[in-house]
Design a protein around this ligand. Structure first.
Ligand code: SF4
Length: 582
């Protein structure tokens, strides 16, 4: 069994230490390895921004050997809830770590001044970078790219102003179009005075010889490219979901005041985005699918002349929901302009859009006024939203500083908690029903990716609490296995458990291959143990009233079933966390 190689960087002294952990192979990699390392480094009794709290970046055992093993898992203490959090990103991040010879990078301490961490196969440094502080996330990446010489897989992770201001909505921008998006990992990096982490993978990795590995690789590649399984992701991409969800009355509009808008969906469909704004497709390193859809924003250099600047912006279902339908912005190029703004500010697009939707409804209701905001917010008012994004990222006035802490945090100050669309963090774009609302409210990452609850709701199952909880627990275990391998979840139908076992065996990790079901359950429990160790009480979670008012194609929410399911899933989480010792 190969050891896991971990680079521990002490930001306060600029020193580093390599660790090799044979026993950590039991944690596979990704989520499992991150949770295992987190249990060793993190301090449950300290605040989220205490210098000793770690930020961990972990890849998996199959990275570099098989396609779409492309994610890096970032584990940190969330400013949102003060506990264990994960955010996952692709781009070139995973291959850069692999070719730097690392399975995980752990940052501890706090740099005395704004700095950049540079890690490679043969070097590590923490360099002063005060000149980057205050710079937007796109310009920052450009500058670092110019400064880094040499070849190899290079990946640059950096924060914008939102991360510097420690907003729980701050993300880490990864390479050109990917993000560690949710739960405030950008703030965790900012709290360490780190503007950017640059990884240069200049080493190589020998591949297994013999026919077995080559044949398996060819099979997987064929499934990813020649079959229907991945077709939708390349074609219109996830925006293809906009129309069917609207038809099901499951697409949030105007701060979830509506779940369908038949008059407007035509201009917000995946097809309309492709027809009017799509420039090209892109892909994470080593991925033959290319699901990343790149649109363009056109802006004048100067208001008074007729010279234009074109900027490329990636789009997906989730950001379109958050900065489009949730704000009732119905023009693709305007949605892309808002996306470009959050990209530069280093804000998570989903949280920013949902928080602005709350602020807009709060203004409509007179809970807040222009005296608070300095702006007139109204649904569909793109120009005001563009200014609002800048103010929120910079926490420029008292109101925007409160909103930058989250819609629920602002509602505690101004009122309006009933219509703050927050389920652990600002909601993802699925008003599909009770199972999804419970899954995001209680899920470990408070993410639509914790489980496939949005699909479960759409299958319209009978209201059976035990069956729904069984689904949530079992589906989470399968996803933990995939995220511990750092597989892109879009490939979940290709990378079945059996296929993963074959992959591990093909690279000489037969001992791991035989134990995947038990390992998945262990890792699922270990993550929950970390979440509960910092004080998370699943029984104390509350779901705002707005979610109980939702009407979908199945009719109004069943509030009795919602409450029953919430309690039952909370008990299941407690049982999971109690399964094995931490
Ligand atoms: S399918 Fe998309 S997200 Fe997944 S690895 Fe490929 S390009 Fe990246």
């Amino acid at each position: 069994m190969n050891p896991v190689v971990i680079l521990e960087v002490h930001l306060d002294t600029g020193t580093a230490r390599l660790r090799r952990l044979p026993e950590a192979r039991a944690a596979l990699g990704g989520s499992g390895l991150a949770a295992t390392l987190f249990s060793q480094y993190a301090r449950p009794t300290e605040a989220w921004d205490h210098p000793d709290q770690p930020i961990i970046f972990a890849i998996g055992p199959l990275t570099g050997y098989f396609p779409l093993m492309s994610k890096t898992v970032c584990a940190f203490v969330s400013p949102r809830h003060g506990g264990y959090a994960e955010s996952h990103a692709g781009g070139r991040s995973a291959l850069a770590l692999r070719f730097a010879g690392l399975d995980a990078l752990v940052l501890v301490g706090r740099a005395p001044r704004p700095s950049v961490v540079h890690v490679g196969a043969h070097h590590v440094s923490v360099q002063d970078a005060g000149y980057l502080w205050g710079m937007d996330a796109l310009s920052c990446a450009k500058l670092i790219r110019r400064q880094l010489s040499g070849s190899g897989h290079r990946s640059i992770w950096r924060i914008g102003v939102a991360g510097e201001r420690k907003s729980p909505m701050a993300c880490i921008n990864v390479d050109t179009f990917r993000h560690f998006g949710r739960l405030g990992c950008g703030a965790a990096l900012g709290a360490k005075n780190i503007k950017a982490v640059a990884v240069t993978g200049e080493d190589h990795q020998p591949l297994p010889t013999g026919k077995k590995y080559a044949a398996l690789y060819a099979d997987i590649f064929r499934d990813l490219t020649d079959t229907e399984m991945m077709h939708k992701y390349h074609n219109l991409g996830t925006p293809e979901n906009l129309e069917p969800l609207d038809a099901l009355q499951a697409l949030p509009w105007r701060n979830l005041q509506a779940t369908s808008n038949p008059e407007a969906i035509g201009t917000m469909s995946g097809q309309h985005f492709a027809d009017t704004a799509l420039l090209r497709n892109a892909a994470c390193a080593g991925c033959p699918v290319g699901c990343v859809h790149i649109g363009f924003v056109r802006e004048k250099f100067l208001p008074q002349d007729n010279r234009y600047l074109y900027r490329q912006v990636s789009y997906d279902y989730e950001p379109i929901f958050a900065l489009g339908t949730m704000l009732d912005v119905r023009v693709p190029t305007e949605v892309l302009a808002l996306l470009d703004d959050v990209e530069k500010a280093g804000l998570d697009a989903m949280s920013a859009g949902v928080a602005l939707a709350w602020a807009t409804e709060a203004m409509e209701r007179g809970i807040i006024t222009e005296a608070h905001t300095g702006l007139h917010l109204a649904f569909g008012a793109t120009h005001a939203y563009r200014e609002a994004i800048a103010r929120m990222a910079e926490a420029r006035q008292e109101f925007w500083a409160h909103l930058a802490q989250g819609a629920d945090a602002a509602a505690q100050v101004y009122g309006g908690a009933d219509f703050a669309c927050v389920l652990g963090q600002e909601m993802a774009g699925y008003a599909t029903g009770e199972t999804f609302f419970v899954s995001q409210a209680l899920g470990l990452r408070h993410s639509h990716l914790d489980t496939g609850a949005y699909s479960y709701d759409q299958a319209n199952p009978p209201k059976d609490t035990a069956a729904a909880v069984r689904f949530l627990v079992e589906d989470e275990a399968e996803r933990v296995l995939l995220t511990s391998m750092v597989a892109c979840l879009f490939a979940r139908k290709v990378y079945t458990r059996e296929r993963l076992a074959e992959c591990l065996a093909a690279i000489g990790q037969e001992d791991l291959a035989g134990e995947l079901a038990a390992t998945a359950r262990t890792l699922q429990a270990r993550r929950w143990q970390q979440r509960l160790a910092f004080g998370f009480d699943p029984m104390a979670v509350s779901i705002p009233r707005r979610f109980t008012e939702v009407v979908t194609w199945r009719g109004p929410m069943d509030t009795h079933y919602l409450a029953e399911l919430q309690q039952a899933y909370a008990r299941a989480i407690q049982a999971l966390a109690a399964e094995t010792p931490a």
